[in-house]
Design a protein around this ligand. Structure first.
Ligand code: SF4
Ligand code: SF4
Length: 201
């Protein structure tokens, strides 16, 4: 089995409390000053490239997936969207003509239009930070672990370990089961069982 060495930002809605620290950190990282107290006085105000969407009992962080076969890269007529050496999908503003094709084809609704400059903008996984071996700003700001940065193998083994520990604690009655990802999993499982039993409601 080959491994994927490309790091990306993984989301876990079950851990997101909707504090929006990630949005603020992203906007500050993409400001001129890169300083919170100066950034709030900048004109235009710096904008975040990650958005938290409240969905019932959950908050879902929506960010770029930096897709391997990225539809946005493929559809861009000017080559403004491209993969950098770490696999991050980047946008060269000087080549963007604001045609919005990337926004139309993105399955997650990620690229946004900067009306002031007539170009698109999107998550760039904080290249300055990556060059210094640091995590993207949103990941560093998230204190609940809802955002994780790493390769798929690193994230999967971390999640596997967390879940194994959780199973043992629940089994030993050390913790009360909380309203979390387990509920989402169970509700999805109920729907699957119902569908398998021929009930499509
Ligand atoms: S902007 Fe959309 S299509 Fe492009 S890499 Fe990000 S998630 Fe994938
Ligand atoms: S910082 Fe983490 S917990 Fe807070 S809104 Fe963002 S993803 Fe959710």
């Amino acid at each position: 089995m080959s491994t994927d060495s490309k790091p990306t930002i993984f989301i876990n809605p079950a851990k997101c409390i909707g504090c929006r620290h990630c949005e603020i950190a992203c906007a500050v990282e993409h400001s001129q000053s890169k300083d919170l107290f100066s950034a709030i006085f900048e004109d235009p105000l710096p904008l975040p490239r990650i958005h938290i969407l409240p969905m019932g009992a959950y908050n879902v962080p929506m960010n770029c997936r930096h897709c391997d076969g990225a539809p946005c890269v493929e559809v861009c007529p000017t080559g403004a969207l491209y993969h950098d050496e770490q696999g991050a999908v980047m946008l060269a503003e000087d080549k963007c003509i604001g045609c919005k094709m990337c926004a139309i084809v993105c399955p997650f609704g990620i690229p946004e239009f900067d009306a002031l400059n007539g170009v698109m903008f999107k998550c760039d996984m904080c290249p300055d930070r990556r060059a210094e071996g640091r995590e993207p700003a949103c990941v560093e700001a998230c204190k609940t672990g809802a955002l994780q940065f790493g390769t798929i193998d690193e994230i999967v083994s971390k999640v596997r370990k967390e879940k194994a520990e959780q199973i043992v604690k629940l089994k030993e009655g050390e913790v009360e089961e909380e309203y979390n990802g387990w509920d989402l999993y169970r509700s999805m499982q109920t729907v699957v069982i119902r569908i398998n039993e021929g009930d499509s409601k």
